[in-house]
Design a protein around this ligand. Structure first.
Ligand code: ASP
Length: 339
């Protein structure tokens, strides 16, 4: 729906866009919002749209209950922006699926192609936000900003974090030049290094190796480092195959006693690709190595990452996922197999 809100109101929020000295922004990342341009907010569910029976309950809630229009109304300073909303999905992102990814990527692309749209914000669950961000970056590598946001507390919480995160995400969508970002707890992260690192804390996300790209302070975007390097976009056609026909790609882990039987079980069930999260710099037990070699001999693609929280895979014989986390390596392998 179009909220029909004009950005001409001279509220504090409107001022954010004009009073901050341009010199502090990296020119690559900074562009003021043209007031004719719209920000489209796509709702997909998550805790940000969650509801609990008791305001003091931050965990006993149901995610994906509140519509995206309501989320906008819960952050009154958003009235300073020209916004439009679309409810693409309404789920708990632990249940994110390929069909929703397809629909979301198509919606993002459709809106970004509009001349009157400056950027897109996506409200999402925190559990798989980093996967969706990475997928959108690899498929679209958009030339306008796409900003994912979320919340660790439901919309009914005494101190819900969703409204501020949404406001900050819109500020970034109205000021950044291009790319896929996540904005949470006042920090701007890029799609590649972003990880959820805490199961409960309000500040649950981090950019591994190098820290956040920037911060949002009272609506002002302050860039701290250059945008992450991007690979050329694969295009929406890469994920056009019917979602029920996407390849089956699993993640296995090396650990004490890993003997490779889990790989044998997957082979027996017709797995198409396996990401292995190795120990340390990507090392694997002898049993797991032998099982994965057997899988490759049978035509199953294997990609090796690390179960460490940061750092790349080094050396070794099986193909490396570099510094990608296991879940992002899985998306890379999915996209390779979809080619
Ligand atoms: N399970 C929720 C989700 O990912 C968690 C959250 O949003 O914080 O949708």
């Amino acid at each position: 729906m179009s909220l029909g809100l004009s950005s001409t109101r001279s509220s504090a929020a409107g001022c954010w866009l004009v009073i901050y000295p341009v010199a502090v922004f990296s020119s690559r990342n900074f562009k003021l919002q043209d007031k004719a341009e719209r920000i489209v907010i796509l709702g997909t569910g998550g805790t940000i749209a969650g509801k609990a029976a008791d305001a003091a309950d931050n965990v006993g809630y149901k995610a994906g209950q509140v519509g995206v229009d309501q989320l906008v109304l819960a952050a009154p300073p958003l009235a300073a922006f020209k916004l439009e909303t679309e409810q693409v999905a309404q789920l708990d992102s632990k249940d994110m699926d390929f069909a929703t990814w397809q629909r979301l990527a198509q919606a993002v692309d459709r809106h970004l192609q509009r001349d009157d749209v400056r950027g897109v914000v996506i409200t999402h669950g925190t559990d798989t936000l980093e996967e969706t961000a990475y997928l959108l970056m690899r498929v679209l590598a958009p030339r306008k900003p796409v900003v994912l946001t979320a919340a660790m507390r439901p919309s009914t919480a005494l101190q819900a974090d969703g409204p501020q995160n949404l406001l900050d995400a819109v500020a970034v969508a109205s000021q950044a030049a291009s790319g896929v970002f996540a904005v949470l707890a006042g920090r701007i992260h890029g799609a590649t290094r972003l990880r959820k690192v805490h199961s409960y804390a309000i500040d649950a996300f981090a950019s591994v190796e190098g820290g956040a790209l920037g911060t949002v302070e009272e609506g002002r975007v302050r860039w701290l480092s250059q945008a992450e390097a991007e690979l050329p976009p694969l295009g929406l056609s890469r994920i056009a195959r019917d979602a029920s026909q996407w390849p089956w790609v699993e993640i296995v882990q090396n650990h004490a006693g890993a003997d490779g039987r889990v790989v044998e079980a997957m082979l027996a069930h017709g797995v198409h690709g396996i990401v292995v999260a190795g120990t340390g710099n990507g090392t694997l037990s002898n049993g797991l190595t032998a099982a994965l070699q057997k899988a490759r001999d049978r035509g199953v693609s294997v990609l090796r990452s690390t179960r460490c929280d940061a750092g790349p895979v080094i050396g070794g014989e099986l193909p490396s996922a570099g510094a990608l986390s296991p879940v992002k390596a899985r998306i890379e392998l999915l996209l390779q197999l979809l080619a």
